[in-house]
Design a protein around this ligand. Sequence first.
Ligand SMILES: Nc1ncnc2c1ncn2[C@@H]1O[C@H](COP(=O)(O)OP(=O)(O)OP(=O)(O)O)[C@@H](O)[C@H]1O
Ligand SMILES: [Mg+2]
Length: 252
Amino acid sequence: MSNIIIDHVSKTFTDSETEVHALHDICLKIDSGDIYGVIGMSGAGKSTLVRCLNYLEVPTEGHVYIGDKELGALSESELRNERSKISMIFQHFNLLMQKNVIDNICFPLIIKGVSKKEARKKARELLKTVDLTDKEKAYPAQLSGGQKQRVAIARALASEPEILLCDEATSALDPQTTSSILGLLRRINQELGITIVIITHQMAVVREICNKVAILEHGHLVEHGEVDEVFLNPRTRAAKTLLKYEEAESDG
Ligand SMILES: Nc1ncnc2c1ncn2[C@@H]1O[C@H](COP(=O)(O)OP(=O)(O)OP(=O)(O)O)[C@@H](O)[C@H]1O
Ligand SMILES: [Mg+2]
């Protein structure tokens, strides 16, 4: 199983007129088996950071290691192979609307050249894992948000990843549905041993399932460590603001 090491990673987006420094010199280690939360306000660089983990964004400076492989040093085909160990889920699920549930889950397998019969067998097992067996033939438009996210999770698991990246995966869901999806992610972490990185702007999500947390502010890593430590003893303004925000949310 693979640790993730983010080693002095910076990312600057440049066009003809402007430069956006999205990440500044980030160093972070995510251990195999962690459920690692990355939090920060909008624009802090959270999505950019996780996209650097699978090289959907190539860092301007620094290195990303998955296990002993440095992503920047790999050939195209080696990178593809490393990427296949990493799956991603999103706020808006990104399902194929013209395909039903089982075909959505089969899709990455069919692309990989798995036979239709094998793909369906695997997809049915995954539907069991995400507790959605009765929705096999439904289309995404016929599902609730929570059900759509379960399909997206099943699809993400189809390639048997070691790492699951979740970019605001519960941000479009109500608190109860959020809890059930977080419960599913915890089960996936424990039973399948998959390392999970969760990007969120909700402290409550971190509190509920993460063992470690990193706080980003304006592209800087301002705090990181065990969730209990960071939450009990926030040192920076960014952490204090996020915690206060959470208190205000749960009061109201
Ligand atoms: N492709 C891009 N080109 C130019 N600038 C970009 C690009 N992607 C992100 N940025 C900029 O980088 C900064 C960080 O963006 P990012 O999407 O990582 O933030 P975020 O923390 O995920 O925010 P949110 O919570 O709103 O999703 C922002 O200023 C954003 O405008
Ligand atoms: Mg984002």
